[in-house]
Design a protein around this ligand. Structure first.
Ligand code: ARG
Length: 464
């Protein structure tokens, strides 16, 4: 029984079991590498021509054939309906041979699917990393715009989810701007290590044809060539690194989502989410649910899962290619798709929300968020911080019993606790002063925040 469509059929006497064949197939998901594979195959074809393996005529025939496949795939929406193709690489080769005949059978000379898949995957991912970085930048832009649009909005900052100190809304926005900036640096790093050409490593030992690997790398825009063929065919660190960078993006997006979900709740009422990104309840008519944000938070889990899957898939592999590696695709594809959509949706949520400035102002001025100011005030009067902290704490306790805020106490009230307190305490406790005093680099004073905002805007403009 020799009738087989497989690329590797020669050595086999019996037919592949149908259930196994289905199990073994990756075409249904790796067909999205089609264009990348064709492009890399063209470069390989040129490499073979320059190595003297293919004549000019043969190389032209193969390349024209490959171009034709791309055109057909473009206009025929059923082009990829192939229930038997093992993977995208064999699909392309089979179609090429169908189209141009036996010359097509020469394309795979000096190449293995092992170096081919590693090359194509890197080639494809390289572009996606650039795209994800661009979408991350769009969210950074949305954060800057939101900061700019609500420059005067003041928010209580929290630790342990207890009101702590007042901050500017813009300060909150810029915190996420920073996180995403580091995420983009990580993506750049991942891009740099992805951008290396494995082609020419063949199955595991390197190719015996005189292919100028450097020239192929240059043709495909790779920064350099892999230095060790064994490593090149089995390395997927670039994928792990990429998914790791995305996992951190998702950590940041998830926290962003959590903040906004809380702020949108009836308990906080700090922001109003747009109807455009909310849903209702099928049962409770009054509900407006922050589904967009909840999905962002929820999807973080699957990206962490992909990272764990890739690490686990790699850890026990003997050197060089093993079929386990085929599992890398879906993890990376799903990561690319979901991270991209989460970033996009996060920007839409932000562009459409309004800050309820009265509510946030009230929350920032009630609940003793200026107690630290009182301690700092005493420090300025020469009191040791630990003593000042203790005195301020006692005054807060007194104010709580009186059901008054600190700035609502009289001077006499203060002086029961410390005779160093004078009328200028009221200035020190004011919201303006509380904010303005955080004036070192990174602090929430309006001066610093607006300066950071300008820097952020400039950085984004430079990239345009
Ligand atoms: N579909 C395979 C993958 O994604 C391509 C490489 C197959 N190589 C092999 N020797 N079976 O990894």
């Amino acid at each position: 029984m020799t009738e087989t469509k497989n690329l590797w059929g020669g050595r086999f006497a019996a037919k592949t079991d149908a259930t196994f064949a289905e199990f073994n197939r990756s075409f249904d998901f790796d067909k999205r590498l089609f264009a990348a594979d064709v492009r890399c195959s063209i470069a390989h074809c040129d490499g073979l021509f320059h190595a003297g393996v293919l004549t000019r005529l043969e190389a032209e025939k193969i390349k024209n054939g490959l171009f034709t496949l791309v055109k057909r795939a473009d206009y025929d929406k059923n082009y990829f309906d192939d229930a038997t193709a093992e993977d995208v690489h064999s699909f392309i080769e089979t179609r090429l041979v169908q189209l141009i005949g036996d010359t097509g059978r020469k394309l795979h000379t000096g190449r293995s699917r092992n170096d081919q898949v590693a090359t194509v995957f890197r080639f494809w991912l390289r572009e996606e990393i650039v795209e994800i970085s661009r979408v991350t930048r769009d969210l950074q832009k949305a954060l800057v715009d939101s900061a700019e649009a609500q420059k005067e909005a003041i928010l209580p900052g929290y630790t342990h989810l207890q009101r702590a100190q007042p901050i500017l809304w813009a300060h909150w926005c810029l915190a996420y701007f920073e996180m995403l900036g580091r995420d983009r640096e990580r993506l750049d790093e991942a891009w740099r290590r992805t951008n290396v050409l494995p082609l020419g490593s063949a199955a595991l030992a390197g190719t015996s044809y005189e292919i100028d690997r450097e020239a192929v790398a240059k043709d495909l825009g790779f920064e350099g060539v892999s230095a060790n063929s064994l490593d090149a065919v089995s390395d997927r660190d670039f994928a792990v690194e990429f998914v790791g960078a995305c996992a951190l993006i998702m950590v940041h997006l998830s926290r962003f989502a959590e903040d906004l979900i809380l702020y949108a709740s009836s308990e906080f009422q700090f922001i109003e989410l747009s109807d455009a990104v909310s849903t209702g309840s099928s049962l409770m008519p009054q509900k407006k649910n922050p589904d967009a944000l909840e999905l962002i938070r929820g999807k973080a889990g699957r990206i962490f899962g992909h990272q764990t899957a890739l690490l686990t898939m790699m850890k026990g592999l003997p050197t060089a290619y093993n079929k386990d590696l085929q599992e890398d695709k879906e993890a990376v594809f799903d990561t690319v798709d979901n991270v991209k959509s989460c970033l996009k949706v996060a920007a839409i949520v932000l562009q459409n929300l309004s800050v309820n400035k009265e509510k946030t102002f009230k929350a920032a001025t009630e609940g003793y968020l200026n107690a630290t100011e009182l301690a700092d005030y005493l420090v300025h009067k020469g009191v040791a911080f630990r003593t000042a902290h203790d005195t301020a704490g006692k005054i807060v306790l007194f104010a709580i019993a009186q059901k008054r805020e600190l700035h609502e106490l009289n001077l006499e009230d203060f002086r029961q606790f410390s005779t160093q307190i004078e009328t200028d305490v009221f200035d020190a406790l004011s919201l303006e002063q509380t904010l303005a005093s955080k004036n070192q680099i990174g602090g929430t004073s309006p001066e610093r925040v607006f300066e950071s905002l300008e820097t952020a805007k400039r950085d984004l403009e430079i990239e345009e």
